[in-house]
Design a protein around this ligand. Structure first.
Ligand code: TXA
Ligand code: MG
Length: 307
């Protein structure tokens, strides 16, 4: 098992030496490596089992640091100014110094200033950016506490920086600022309305296949099957039907509170697996605010899986 620590300095030392460290953020835990260390970045891809061409988010301590990696237009600058630190990733044209390992050879780069205090002080102490995909194996459920990371990655990660349970619980909103109007590529806690309030212009509707590589139909998937319902009574009828055919099930209904749905979503999915259930039956929150992100992740968890 890898070491779990609360000490930012220990985590910074490991990163400085080119190690891989799991870090807490307000969204989910990330698997961090220095953005200027190719070998460490390759280890992140290998530990996750993630295809090398899927680009990574560069995590920085400040807007100034972000400017070293990307070129900000007015929209990107306004969003960063109002919503960073926070659960928002901005896609902007990259500077030539950013390596192809990070962008998968694209001409854009994904940037974010996370708001978790431990990780912010880690980034400040380290003085360099880190790349950090979610700290799960490719296609599996993201971790929202240090124990999830230890369970999933075991000794593959050098150190886990324990910052408690993630407050938000689903990954950051990704906004592509390289187009006008901007476009949401992945819904998260920062909603369409939050973005419109900053830019005084609605984001372009998200249509067609996702332009964020790696956003596969089946993703965030537990071992058990996942089904979604608009009402509790629909879930109860389905549960009865499944029980008659000998299936073990559980209904998860936090639908009255989308924030709680998001916060507990991945732990709920993990608990269904730990209990060895056949099917998890989720009652969905309204499709507004963070409710959209919950519905997006559950749709991916429920999608047919590649064999
Ligand atoms: O909340 C989060 O964003 C978490 C925490 C750890 O910060 N990180 C996270 O990273 O979710 P990851 O690697 O699991 O998801 C990043 C997504 C991927 O779908 C990737 O395709 C997309 O961001 N992405 C990264 N760079 C991109 C780019 N230049 N253009 C389009 N999409 C990009
Ligand atoms: Mg991920």
């Amino acid at each position: 098992m890898s070491t779990i620590t609360h000490d930012v300095k220990t985590a910074a030392d490991v990163l400085r030496r080119g190690g891989v460290v799991a870090i807490p953020t307000e969204t989910v835990y990330g698997l961090a490596a220095r953005a200027d260390n190719e070998y460490a970045i390759h280890r992140v891809f290998d530990i996750k089992g993630r295809p090398r061409h899927h680009p990574l988010i560069v995590h920085v301590a400040s807007i100034d640091a972000a400017h070293e990696y990307g070129i900000f237009n007015d929209a990107a600058f306004a969003l960063a100014n109002v919503l960073w630190p926070g659960p928002l990733t901005l896609i902007v044209p990259r500077r030539p110094e950013v390596s192809d390992e990070i962008t998968g050879g694209r001409d854009t780069v994904a940037l974010r200033v996370p708001s978790h205090p431990l990780t912010l002080s880690l980034l400040e102490l380290l003085g360099t950016a880190v790349v950090a995909p979610s700290a799960n194996r490719f296609g599996m459920v993201s971790p929202t506490n240090a124990q999830h990371v230890a369970h999933d990655l075991g000794s593959d990660v050098d150190v886990i920086l324990d910052g408690g349970t993630c407050d938000i619980g689903v990954e950051s909103t990704i906004v592509d600022c390289s187009t006008s109007p901007v476009q949401i590529l992945r819904p998260g806690a920062i909603s369409e309305n939050n973005i419109e309030a900053v830019l005084h212009e609605a984001p372009a509707p998200t249509t067609g296949p996702s332009r964020a590589p790696g956003m596969l139909a089946s993703h965030y998937a537990p071992h058990c099957a996942v089904e979604m319902f608009e009402t509790l009574s629909d879930a109860v009828s389905r549960q009865r039907q499944l029980s008659e055919s000998g299936m073990s099930t559980r209904i998860i209904d936090r639908s009255h509170d989308a924030i709680q749905c998001a916060r507990h979503l991945y732990a709920d999915l993990r608990e269904c697996d730990d209990a060895g259930l056949n099917v998890a039956l989720f009652v969905l929150p309204e499709p507004s605010g963070i409710g959209r992100a919950v519905r997006d992740r559950l749709t991916k968890a429920a999608a047919p899986r590649p064999k």
